[in-house]
Write a protein that binds this ligand. Structure first.
Ligand code: TPP
Ligand code: MG
Length: 325
């Protein structure tokens, strides 16, 4: 296959994955508004799809990811099956963690998604453990950890990044700067505008990138991942994006400037990729519509599967909770 053809294929795949994440989460919005359909909070990454897809596309299947509370996109991009993910979010026994996690603490070992910890700043120390194991075992695999702009100010994150640089661990730290930490804006919790500047203080390279441009994210991720895989130590990526919904679906964003929201909606990463592919003649409107319909069917299938699945039985409550030696 020529490199141009491969490039077209890659862009189409990235588009399909971003649409899957968008539609999967739009379905969660719909279900969260219906009584009794979903258990627990729904914390969504609408508008942040390019970060998940652009970063994970630069990885190999054996590479590990660690995620946080805003995890669905990361897990879908890494290859988690939407059926089992939806079932977990509904708390069903067929879910990726047999219904014991729900939406917030998922792990998908089959795709090397180690953990989605909801302890803000809890992911980077776990990534240090995963990266240390990869280095100790002499593998060429790496670990990527996603964390937020709010998490970037946590002590645990500073310690993890310092240690990772000191031990030259194969970790790419991805700060998903979505301009909000709960109801606090970036300027209320940091005096920096570019969080990637902190990388210098840890002794690793760090770069900021337009977090709504999947092609730019992918290009930077490829560079950082390669460096890391070649034993040169960790790196940091700050993807500048925007949280288009409230912190969770319970949060109606009364504190958000509607003009700011509107400006960011014009930078929608899904729309930007489709428009650039159309402008370059890589796809037609009809082909994009076909992709949309296929993804709709996939999401409907996931909801159907999850809805028909049973809840775990009370007697299963203590199964798979610890490892028996
Ligand atoms: C240690 C800890 N402190 C506080 C919280 C409550 N909390 C949950 S999410 C969140 C905001 C995190 O912001 P950020 O890291 O930017 O991630 P985002 O939600 O924007 O994706 C807070 C304060 C928590 N879960 N854990
Ligand atoms: Mg944030």
């Amino acid at each position: 296959m020529g490199s141009q053809q491969a490039d077209v294929g890659l862009k189409k795949t990235m588009y399909e994955e971003m649409v899957l994440i968008r539609k999967f989460e739009e379905k969660l919005i719909e279900l969260s508004q219906q009584k009794g359909k979903l258990v627990g909070m729904q914390i969504l990454a609408n508008g942040q799809e390019a970060v998940a897809v652009g970063i994970v596309k630069a990885l190999q299947p054996d590479d590990v990811i660690v995620s946080n509370h805003r995890s669905h996109g990361h897990l879908l991009a890494k290859g988690a099956d939407p059926k089992y993910l939806m079932a977990e979010i509904m708390g069903k026994a067929t879910g990726v963690n047999k219904g014991k996690s729900g939406t917030l603490h998922m792990a998908v070992p089959e795709v090397n998604a180690l953990m989605t910890t909801t302890i803000v700043g809890g992911g980077p120390p776990l990534a240090v453990g995963a990266g240390f194991a990869q280095q100790y075992r002499g593998t060429s695999n790496i670990t990527v950890v996603f964390f937020g702009d709010g998490a970037a100010a946590e002590g645990s994150v500073h310690e993890a990044m310092n240690l990772a640089a000191l031990w030259k661990l194969p970790i790419v730290f991805v700060c998903e700067n979505n301009c909000w930490a709960g109801a606090q804006s970036l300027s209320e919790h940091s005096c920096l505008r570019d969080i990637a500047q902190r990388a210098v203080g840890y002794g690793m390279p760090g770069e900021s990138v337009d977090g709504n441009d999947v092609e730019k994210i992918y290009a930077l991720a490829k560079k950082m991942v390669l460096r890391c895989r070649n034993g040169k130590g960790p790196g940091m990526i700050e993807a500048k994006t925007y949280r288009m919904r409230g912190h969770g679906e319970h949060d109606h964003q009364h504190y958000v400037d509607k003009k700011e929201l509107e400006e960011w909606s014009r930078l929608c990463p899904v729309k930007r990729l489709s428009e650039s592919m159309l402008a370059d003649g890589l796809v037609t409107e009809a082909q994009l519509q076909t992709i949309d319909r296929q993804i709709d069917a996939k999401v409907d299938e996931a909801v159907g599967f999850a809805t028909e699945s049973s809840y775990p039985l009370p007697e299963e409550a203590l199964q798979d909770v610890w490892v028996e030696e």
